[in-house]
Write a protein that binds this ligand. Sequence first.
Ligand code: RB5
Length: 142
Amino acid sequence: MKQVLISNDHGATVLKRRIKTHLEARGYQVKDLGVQDESSVDYPDVADQAVAEFKKGGYDFGVLLCGTGIGISIAANRHGGIRCALLYDSFGAKMSKEHNDANFIALGGRVHYHEAVEDIVDAYIDAEFEGGRHERRVDKLK
Ligand code: RB5
């Protein structure tokens, strides 16, 4: 079964449940490391824990959520081998896979998106890394 990792701080509990439900409907087994209520936690700790779990292997990709998606994506991208794309729309979501081979996506629970977040997530999932010149560029990130 395809496996995905999801985690969140207190700014994205509702969004987490929504995305998790969608991923499960798409056939993913979802490992949820995030908080389930509004008790305050620190997004760098959430990102560090999620990356450590991801690096154990077996996950197709990871989803990180905080109030804006900004802090948690910054924190995730401090780790070697992690390419976390902060998404705002399905175009960026598609490109983050096709050109950047993103292995994490980040969204914000307090952000007003102009598309359904499920569509944004789907655009990432359904895209494929194009390789070629993009592989050379991604390699330079390593
Ligand atoms: C928490 O209040 C908030 O700062 C966090 O969820 C996130 O938006 C940071 O980037």
